[in-house]
Write a protein that binds this ligand. Sequence first.
Ligand code: NAD
Length: 407
Amino acid sequence: MLEASGHPLKKGLIEFLRRPKRELIVNFPVQMDDGSIRMFTGYRVHHNAVRGPTKGGIRYHPDVTLEEVRALAMWMTWKCALVNIPYGGAKGGVAVDPAKLSPRELERLTRRYATEISLLMHPGGDVPAPDVGTNPQIMAWIMDTYSMHTGFTQPAVVTGKPLEIGGTLGRVEATGRGVMMVVAEALKLHKIPMEQATIAIQGFGNVGSYAALTAYQMGARVVAVSDVHGGIYNPEGLDIPRLMEHVRQHRTVRGFPEAEPITNMELLALKVDVLIPAALENQITAENAPNVQARILAEGANGPTTPEADEILIEKGVFIVPDILCNAGGVVASYFEWVQDLQSFFWTEEEINSRMERILRRAFYEVLAKEEELRRYGLKPGDYRTAAQALAIWRVAQATLIRGIYP
Ligand code: NAD
Protein backbone atom coordinates (compact mmCIF):
# COMPACT_ATOMS: atom_id res chain seq x y z
CA MET A 1 0.00 0.00 0.00
CA LEU A 2 2.92 2.30 0.64
CA GLU A 3 3.93 1.91 -2.98
CA ALA A 4 0.70 3.75 -3.72
CA SER A 5 2.26 6.99 -2.60
CA GLY A 6 4.29 7.14 -5.78
CA HIS A 7 7.66 5.84 -4.66
CA PRO A 8 8.34 2.11 -4.32
CA LEU A 9 9.41 1.15 -0.83
CA LYS A 10 12.51 -0.95 -1.27
CA LYS A 11 12.69 -4.21 0.66
CA GLY A 12 15.74 -3.17 2.67
CA LEU A 13 14.08 0.11 3.54
CA ILE A 14 11.19 -1.69 5.22
CA GLU A 15 13.72 -3.69 7.23
CA PHE A 16 15.45 -0.42 8.21
CA LEU A 17 12.18 1.13 9.40
CA ARG A 18 11.35 -1.96 11.44
CA ARG A 19 14.54 -1.98 13.48
CA PRO A 20 15.61 0.34 16.27
CA LYS A 21 18.71 2.42 15.53
CA ARG A 22 20.27 1.88 18.96
CA GLU A 23 19.37 0.15 22.20
CA LEU A 24 21.10 0.81 25.48
CA ILE A 25 20.67 -1.40 28.55
CA VAL A 26 22.11 -0.07 31.80
CA ASN A 27 22.51 -1.89 35.12
CA PHE A 28 23.32 0.49 37.92
CA PRO A 29 23.48 0.63 41.73
CA VAL A 30 21.49 2.98 43.94
CA GLN A 31 22.16 3.57 47.60
CA MET A 32 18.93 3.17 49.58
CA ASP A 33 18.03 5.22 52.66
CA ASP A 34 18.93 2.34 54.99
CA GLY A 35 22.47 2.25 53.57
CA SER A 36 21.97 -0.89 51.47
CA ILE A 37 22.74 -0.98 47.75
CA ARG A 38 20.20 -2.14 45.16
CA MET A 39 20.77 -2.83 41.49
CA PHE A 40 18.33 -1.50 38.87
CA THR A 41 18.00 -2.05 35.13
CA GLY A 42 17.12 0.76 32.75
CA TYR A 43 16.82 1.26 29.00
CA ARG A 44 16.95 3.92 26.34
CA VAL A 45 16.05 3.02 22.78
CA HIS A 46 16.29 5.25 19.71
CA HIS A 47 14.09 3.81 17.02
CA ASN A 48 14.71 6.23 14.18
CA ALA A 49 16.47 9.59 13.95
CA VAL A 50 16.14 10.36 10.24
CA ARG A 51 13.73 13.30 10.63
CA GLY A 52 15.41 14.87 13.65
CA PRO A 53 16.37 14.29 17.29
CA THR A 54 14.63 11.36 18.90
CA LYS A 55 11.75 12.14 21.25
CA GLY A 56 10.06 9.91 23.77
CA GLY A 57 9.13 9.47 27.40
CA ILE A 58 10.80 7.73 30.32
CA ARG A 59 8.68 5.16 32.14
CA TYR A 60 9.18 3.97 35.72
CA HIS A 61 7.22 0.74 36.15
CA PRO A 62 8.08 -2.73 37.50
CA ASP A 63 7.11 -4.38 34.18
CA VAL A 64 9.36 -2.25 31.95
CA THR A 65 11.28 -4.47 29.51
CA LEU A 66 13.49 -3.89 26.51
CA GLU A 67 10.73 -5.24 24.23
CA GLU A 68 8.17 -2.78 25.59
CA VAL A 69 10.55 0.19 25.36
CA ARG A 70 11.47 -0.83 21.81
CA ALA A 71 7.82 -0.99 20.72
CA LEU A 72 7.00 2.36 22.34
CA ALA A 73 10.04 3.97 20.68
CA MET A 74 8.78 2.92 17.26
CA TRP A 75 5.32 4.25 18.15
CA MET A 76 6.90 7.65 18.82
CA THR A 77 8.58 7.69 15.40
CA TRP A 78 5.21 7.31 13.69
CA LYS A 79 3.42 9.77 15.99
CA CYS A 80 5.98 12.53 15.40
CA ALA A 81 6.05 11.88 11.65
CA LEU A 82 2.25 11.89 11.45
CA VAL A 83 1.90 15.35 12.98
CA ASN A 84 4.98 16.37 11.01
CA ILE A 85 7.17 17.67 13.79
CA PRO A 86 10.92 17.29 13.18
CA TYR A 87 11.58 14.38 15.52
CA GLY A 88 12.39 10.71 15.41
CA GLY A 89 11.17 8.26 18.04
CA ALA A 90 12.68 7.05 21.31
CA LYS A 91 11.63 5.66 24.66
CA GLY A 92 13.28 4.88 27.95
CA GLY A 93 12.49 3.31 31.25
CA VAL A 94 13.59 1.75 34.50
CA ALA A 95 12.10 -1.43 35.95
CA VAL A 96 11.06 0.02 39.30
CA ASP A 97 7.94 0.81 41.27
CA PRO A 98 8.47 4.51 42.05
CA ALA A 99 5.78 4.44 44.76
CA LYS A 100 8.01 2.11 46.79
CA LEU A 101 10.96 4.55 46.88
CA SER A 102 11.43 7.51 49.20
CA PRO A 103 11.78 10.91 47.49
CA ARG A 104 15.57 10.83 48.11
CA GLU A 105 15.86 7.31 46.68
CA LEU A 106 13.82 8.36 43.65
CA GLU A 107 16.13 11.33 43.11
CA ARG A 108 19.29 9.20 43.42
CA LEU A 109 17.87 6.58 41.04
CA THR A 110 16.91 9.27 38.53
CA ARG A 111 20.27 11.04 38.66
CA ARG A 112 22.18 7.78 38.24
CA TYR A 113 19.92 6.59 35.39
CA ALA A 114 20.27 10.01 33.70
CA THR A 115 24.05 9.73 34.02
CA GLU A 116 24.02 6.21 32.56
CA ILE A 117 21.96 7.24 29.50
CA SER A 118 23.60 10.66 29.11
CA LEU A 119 25.80 9.34 26.32
CA LEU A 120 22.59 9.10 24.28
CA MET A 121 20.84 12.29 25.52
CA HIS A 122 21.47 15.67 23.92
CA PRO A 123 19.31 18.75 23.20
CA GLY A 124 20.00 18.18 19.49
CA GLY A 125 20.04 14.39 19.56
CA ASP A 126 17.65 12.80 22.02
CA VAL A 127 15.14 14.60 24.23
CA PRO A 128 13.27 12.56 26.89
CA ALA A 129 9.93 13.49 28.49
CA PRO A 130 7.65 12.10 31.24
CA ASP A 131 5.66 8.91 30.78
CA VAL A 132 3.94 6.45 33.16
CA GLY A 133 5.45 6.79 36.64
CA THR A 134 7.55 9.90 35.96
CA ASN A 135 6.67 13.57 36.40
CA PRO A 136 7.94 17.16 36.05
CA GLN A 137 10.12 16.86 39.20
CA ILE A 138 11.89 13.83 37.74
CA MET A 139 12.44 15.73 34.48
CA ALA A 140 13.93 18.59 36.54
CA TRP A 141 16.45 16.16 38.13
CA ILE A 142 17.38 14.78 34.69
CA MET A 143 17.91 18.30 33.36
CA ASP A 144 19.99 19.25 36.40
CA THR A 145 22.14 16.11 36.22
CA TYR A 146 22.85 16.59 32.53
CA SER A 147 23.61 20.28 33.06
CA MET A 148 26.01 19.50 35.93
CA HIS A 149 27.95 17.12 33.68
CA THR A 150 28.25 19.59 30.82
CA GLY A 151 28.95 22.54 33.09
CA PHE A 152 26.12 24.81 32.03
CA THR A 153 22.31 24.82 32.16
CA GLN A 154 20.69 22.94 29.29
CA PRO A 155 16.89 23.11 29.62
CA ALA A 156 16.32 21.75 26.08
CA VAL A 157 17.66 18.28 26.95
CA VAL A 158 14.31 17.18 28.39
CA THR A 159 10.66 18.34 28.17
CA GLY A 160 7.75 18.18 30.60
CA LYS A 161 9.74 20.29 33.09
CA PRO A 162 8.23 22.58 35.71
CA LEU A 163 7.51 26.10 34.39
CA GLU A 164 10.16 27.64 36.67
CA ILE A 165 13.03 25.98 34.80
CA GLY A 166 11.95 26.20 31.17
CA GLY A 167 8.71 24.21 31.05
CA THR A 168 5.93 25.42 28.79
CA LEU A 169 2.49 26.79 29.47
CA GLY A 170 -0.27 24.39 28.45
CA ARG A 171 1.78 21.18 28.78
CA VAL A 172 -0.41 19.66 31.50
CA GLU A 173 -3.62 20.24 29.55
CA ALA A 174 -2.09 19.57 26.11
CA THR A 175 -3.07 15.96 25.43
CA GLY A 176 -6.70 16.28 26.55
CA ARG A 177 -7.06 19.62 24.82
CA GLY A 178 -5.56 18.15 21.63
CA VAL A 179 -8.07 15.28 21.77
CA MET A 180 -10.91 17.81 21.67
CA MET A 181 -9.26 19.81 18.88
CA VAL A 182 -9.45 16.77 16.59
CA VAL A 183 -12.90 15.80 17.90
CA ALA A 184 -14.08 19.30 16.90
CA GLU A 185 -12.98 18.59 13.32
CA ALA A 186 -14.61 15.14 13.35
CA LEU A 187 -17.88 16.68 14.54
CA LYS A 188 -17.75 19.27 11.76
CA LEU A 189 -17.26 16.45 9.27
CA HIS A 190 -20.36 14.74 10.64
CA LYS A 191 -22.29 18.03 10.67
CA ILE A 192 -22.92 17.78 14.40
CA PRO A 193 -22.85 21.24 16.05
CA MET A 194 -20.60 21.27 19.12
CA GLU A 195 -23.45 22.60 21.30
CA GLN A 196 -25.55 19.55 20.44
CA ALA A 197 -22.79 16.98 20.78
CA THR A 198 -22.90 14.40 23.57
CA ILE A 199 -19.63 12.90 24.83
CA ALA A 200 -18.69 9.97 27.10
CA ILE A 201 -15.15 9.66 28.47
CA GLN A 202 -13.56 6.56 30.01
CA GLY A 203 -10.76 7.58 32.41
CA PHE A 204 -10.57 10.86 34.31
CA GLY A 205 -6.82 11.26 34.73
CA ASN A 206 -4.61 13.74 32.90
CA VAL A 207 -6.00 13.05 29.43
CA GLY A 208 -9.64 12.33 30.32
CA SER A 209 -10.16 15.24 32.70
CA TYR A 210 -8.67 17.88 30.38
CA ALA A 211 -10.54 16.46 27.38
CA ALA A 212 -13.71 16.78 29.50
CA LEU A 213 -12.88 20.33 30.58
CA THR A 214 -12.10 21.42 27.02
CA ALA A 215 -15.34 19.82 25.75
CA TYR A 216 -17.26 21.64 28.48
CA GLN A 217 -15.59 24.94 27.56
CA MET A 218 -16.37 24.36 23.88
CA GLY A 219 -20.06 23.98 24.78
CA ALA A 220 -20.48 20.21 24.29
CA ARG A 221 -22.37 18.03 26.78
CA VAL A 222 -20.14 15.55 28.62
CA VAL A 223 -22.82 13.09 29.77
CA ALA A 224 -20.65 10.39 31.34
CA VAL A 225 -17.15 9.89 32.73
CA SER A 226 -15.50 7.08 34.64
CA ASP A 227 -12.34 6.05 36.45
CA VAL A 228 -10.97 2.82 37.88
CA HIS A 229 -13.68 2.88 40.60
CA GLY A 230 -16.65 3.23 38.20
CA GLY A 231 -18.53 5.96 36.37
CA ILE A 232 -21.23 8.63 36.58
CA TYR A 233 -23.93 9.62 34.10
CA ASN A 234 -26.16 12.64 33.60
CA PRO A 235 -27.94 12.96 30.24
CA GLU A 236 -28.21 16.74 30.77
CA GLY A 237 -24.42 17.06 30.93
CA LEU A 238 -21.96 17.14 33.82
CA ASP A 239 -20.55 20.33 35.33
CA ILE A 240 -16.89 19.51 34.66
CA PRO A 241 -15.18 22.26 36.73
CA ARG A 242 -17.25 21.15 39.74
CA LEU A 243 -16.50 17.52 38.97
CA MET A 244 -12.76 18.28 38.90
CA GLU A 245 -13.09 19.89 42.31
CA HIS A 246 -14.95 16.78 43.53
CA VAL A 247 -12.11 14.56 42.23
CA ARG A 248 -9.50 16.75 43.94
CA GLN A 249 -11.30 16.15 47.24
CA HIS A 250 -12.41 12.52 46.87
CA ARG A 251 -9.90 11.09 44.37
CA THR A 252 -12.72 9.55 42.31
CA VAL A 253 -15.63 10.67 40.15
CA ARG A 254 -17.93 8.35 42.11
CA GLY A 255 -20.38 10.05 44.46
CA PHE A 256 -20.64 13.24 42.40
CA PRO A 257 -24.07 14.77 43.10
CA GLU A 258 -26.50 15.32 40.20
CA ALA A 259 -25.42 12.11 38.44
CA GLU A 260 -26.28 8.42 38.50
CA PRO A 261 -23.71 5.69 38.89
CA ILE A 262 -22.80 3.76 35.75
CA THR A 263 -20.29 0.97 35.10
CA ASN A 264 -17.37 1.27 32.72
CA MET A 265 -18.97 -1.28 30.40
CA GLU A 266 -22.26 0.68 30.34
CA LEU A 267 -20.33 3.86 29.56
CA LEU A 268 -18.69 2.28 26.51
CA ALA A 269 -22.14 1.29 25.18
CA LEU A 270 -23.86 4.69 25.64
CA LYS A 271 -25.65 6.24 22.69
CA VAL A 272 -23.49 9.35 22.36
CA ASP A 273 -21.95 11.24 19.49
CA VAL A 274 -18.38 10.84 20.76
CA LEU A 275 -16.78 8.14 22.89
CA ILE A 276 -13.31 8.94 24.24
CA PRO A 277 -11.41 6.04 25.82
CA ALA A 278 -8.73 7.81 27.89
CA ALA A 279 -7.70 5.17 30.42
CA LEU A 280 -5.87 2.02 29.38
CA GLU A 281 -5.08 -0.12 26.36
CA ASN A 282 -7.38 -2.95 25.12
CA GLN A 283 -10.65 -1.56 26.52
CA ILE A 284 -12.74 -1.99 23.39
CA THR A 285 -12.66 -5.63 22.42
CA ALA A 286 -14.43 -8.10 20.13
CA GLU A 287 -16.90 -8.70 22.99
CA ASN A 288 -18.02 -5.13 23.65
CA ALA A 289 -17.40 -3.52 20.22
CA PRO A 290 -20.82 -4.69 18.89
CA ASN A 291 -22.44 -2.65 21.71
CA VAL A 292 -20.66 0.61 20.90
CA GLN A 293 -23.26 3.13 19.72
CA ALA A 294 -21.06 6.22 19.41
CA ARG A 295 -20.64 7.76 15.98
CA ILE A 296 -17.09 8.92 16.65
CA LEU A 297 -14.46 7.02 18.64
CA ALA A 298 -11.61 9.35 19.63
CA GLU A 299 -8.69 7.39 21.07
CA GLY A 300 -7.26 9.49 23.90
CA ALA A 301 -5.46 6.47 25.37
CA ASN A 302 -2.76 4.56 23.53
CA GLY A 303 -4.09 1.36 21.96
CA PRO A 304 -7.56 1.30 23.58
CA THR A 305 -9.07 -0.71 20.69
CA THR A 306 -8.01 -4.28 19.89
CA PRO A 307 -7.47 -5.18 16.20
CA GLU A 308 -10.57 -7.42 16.28
CA ALA A 309 -12.69 -4.61 17.73
CA ASP A 310 -11.27 -2.24 15.14
CA GLU A 311 -12.68 -4.38 12.31
CA ILE A 312 -16.10 -4.61 13.96
CA LEU A 313 -16.26 -0.83 14.48
CA ILE A 314 -15.19 0.00 10.93
CA GLU A 315 -17.85 -2.43 9.67
CA LYS A 316 -20.45 -0.62 11.83
CA GLY A 317 -19.39 2.70 10.33
CA VAL A 318 -17.92 4.18 13.52
CA PHE A 319 -15.53 7.02 12.68
CA ILE A 320 -12.28 6.18 14.49
CA VAL A 321 -9.73 8.90 15.22
CA PRO A 322 -6.64 6.72 15.81
CA ASP A 323 -4.46 7.24 18.88
CA ILE A 324 -1.33 8.42 17.07
CA LEU A 325 -3.36 11.36 15.79
CA CYS A 326 -5.86 11.80 18.61
CA ASN A 327 -3.43 12.03 21.55
CA ALA A 328 -0.53 13.72 19.73
CA GLY A 329 -1.23 17.03 21.52
CA GLY A 330 1.17 15.98 24.28
CA VAL A 331 4.17 15.51 22.04
CA VAL A 332 3.33 18.67 20.11
CA ALA A 333 3.42 20.65 23.38
CA SER A 334 6.74 18.95 24.21
CA TYR A 335 8.05 20.08 20.84
CA PHE A 336 6.98 23.65 21.65
CA GLU A 337 8.74 23.44 25.02
CA TRP A 338 11.97 22.35 23.30
CA VAL A 339 11.74 25.11 20.67
CA GLN A 340 11.16 27.74 23.38
CA ASP A 341 14.10 26.41 25.43
CA LEU A 342 16.44 26.46 22.42
CA GLN A 343 15.45 30.06 21.67
CA SER A 344 15.20 31.14 25.32
CA PHE A 345 12.03 32.90 24.26
CA PHE A 346 8.69 31.91 25.73
CA TRP A 347 5.20 31.97 24.24
CA THR A 348 1.80 32.80 25.69
CA GLU A 349 -0.75 30.06 26.29
CA GLU A 350 -2.81 31.51 23.46
CA GLU A 351 0.16 31.11 21.07
CA ILE A 352 0.70 27.53 22.26
CA ASN A 353 -2.95 26.60 21.72
CA SER A 354 -3.38 28.21 18.33
CA ARG A 355 -0.13 26.69 17.02
CA MET A 356 -1.13 23.28 18.34
CA GLU A 357 -4.55 23.52 16.76
CA ARG A 358 -2.98 24.35 13.39
CA ILE A 359 -0.71 21.29 13.57
CA LEU A 360 -3.40 18.84 14.70
CA ARG A 361 -6.00 20.10 12.25
CA ARG A 362 -3.56 19.80 9.37
CA ALA A 363 -2.69 16.22 10.39
CA PHE A 364 -6.39 15.36 10.70
CA TYR A 365 -7.18 16.41 7.13
CA GLU A 366 -4.00 14.79 5.81
CA VAL A 367 -5.16 11.47 7.29
CA LEU A 368 -8.58 11.89 5.64
CA ALA A 369 -6.89 12.57 2.29
CA LYS A 370 -4.60 9.56 2.71
CA GLU A 371 -7.56 7.27 3.45
CA GLU A 372 -9.24 8.43 0.27
CA GLU A 373 -6.06 7.95 -1.75
CA LEU A 374 -5.38 4.47 -0.38
CA ARG A 375 -8.93 3.27 -0.99
CA ARG A 376 -7.95 3.10 -4.65
CA TYR A 377 -5.33 0.55 -3.64
CA GLY A 378 -7.66 -1.63 -1.61
CA LEU A 379 -7.81 0.10 1.80
CA LYS A 380 -11.05 -0.63 3.59
CA PRO A 381 -13.11 2.60 3.59
CA GLY A 382 -12.99 4.15 7.05
CA ASP A 383 -9.67 2.53 8.01
CA TYR A 384 -8.14 5.78 9.21
CA ARG A 385 -5.72 3.90 11.46
CA THR A 386 -3.95 2.28 8.52
CA ALA A 387 -4.09 5.56 6.61
CA ALA A 388 -2.42 7.42 9.50
CA GLN A 389 0.22 4.74 9.87
CA ALA A 390 0.93 4.68 6.13
CA LEU A 391 1.29 8.45 6.00
CA ALA A 392 3.72 8.44 8.92
CA ILE A 393 5.80 5.55 7.58
CA TRP A 394 5.89 7.15 4.19
CA ARG A 395 7.26 10.41 5.61
CA VAL A 396 10.12 8.61 7.34
CA ALA A 397 10.82 6.48 4.26
CA GLN A 398 10.88 9.54 2.05
CA ALA A 399 13.25 11.40 4.38
CA THR A 400 15.55 8.35 4.37
CA LEU A 401 15.65 8.20 0.58
CA ILE A 402 16.25 11.94 0.24
CA ARG A 403 19.11 11.83 2.75
CA GLY A 404 20.52 8.69 1.13
CA ILE A 405 22.08 5.65 2.71
CA TYR A 406 25.41 6.54 4.33
CA PRO A 407 28.18 6.12 3.21
P1 NAD B 1 -3.65 8.87 34.31
O1 NAD B 1 -2.98 7.85 35.15
O2 NAD B 1 -3.55 10.31 34.66
O3 NAD B 1 -5.23 8.54 34.24
C1 NAD B 1 -5.75 7.28 33.96
C2 NAD B 1 -7.25 7.28 34.29
O4 NAD B 1 -7.80 6.03 33.90
C3 NAD B 1 -7.56 7.43 35.78
O5 NAD B 1 -8.72 8.22 35.94
C4 NAD B 1 -7.84 6.00 36.22
O6 NAD B 1 -8.68 5.91 37.35
C5 NAD B 1 -8.53 5.49 34.98
N1 NAD B 1 -8.55 4.03 34.90
C6 NAD B 1 -7.57 3.16 35.21
N2 NAD B 1 -7.99 1.90 35.04
C7 NAD B 1 -9.25 1.98 34.59
C8 NAD B 1 -10.24 1.02 34.24
N3 NAD B 1 -9.97 -0.29 34.32
N4 NAD B 1 -11.43 1.47 33.82
C9 NAD B 1 -11.69 2.78 33.75
N5 NAD B 1 -10.83 3.74 34.08
C10 NAD B 1 -9.61 3.34 34.49
O7 NAD B 1 -3.14 8.59 32.81
P2 NAD B 1 -3.15 9.60 31.58
O8 NAD B 1 -1.86 10.33 31.55
O9 NAD B 1 -4.43 10.35 31.55
O10 NAD B 1 -3.09 8.56 30.37
C11 NAD B 1 -4.25 7.87 29.93
C12 NAD B 1 -3.94 7.21 28.58
O11 NAD B 1 -3.56 8.19 27.64
C13 NAD B 1 -2.80 6.20 28.61
O12 NAD B 1 -3.09 5.20 27.65
C14 NAD B 1 -1.61 7.01 28.13
O13 NAD B 1 -0.60 6.20 27.56
C15 NAD B 1 -2.27 7.89 27.08
N6 NAD B 1 -1.54 9.11 26.77
C16 NAD B 1 -1.26 10.03 27.73
C17 NAD B 1 -0.59 11.19 27.37
C18 NAD B 1 -0.32 12.27 28.40
O14 NAD B 1 0.21 13.32 28.02
N7 NAD B 1 -0.67 12.08 29.67
C19 NAD B 1 -0.17 11.41 26.06
C20 NAD B 1 -0.47 10.45 25.09
C21 NAD B 1 -1.16 9.31 25.47
